[in-house]
Design a protein. Structure first.
Length: 66
């Protein structure tokens, strides 16, 4: 899941307020390229969503600190 999340780094979406999250449309392609099996994809997706939420919260904190 961490490797997929790192590879999704170029698939972030932004608004004027900052980071909005990942573009999930690219996720199946990334999982295919990293050979994530179909049976593992729901679990990997769940972990990615957790990492995405933490990343968004951290980015918001840094915006508020500056």
């Amino acid at each position: 899941a961490v490797n997929v999340f790192v590879c999704m780094d170029t698939q972030r979406r932004y608004t004027f307020a900052g980071a909005a999250g990942l573009d999930y449309a690219a996720l199946p392609v990334v999982m295919d390229m990293l050979e994530v099996g179909v049976e593992r994809r729901p679990e990997v997706f769940s972990h990615i969503r957790i990492m995405e939420q933490v990343a968004l919260e951290t980015a918001a904190e840094h915006r508020n600190d500056g």
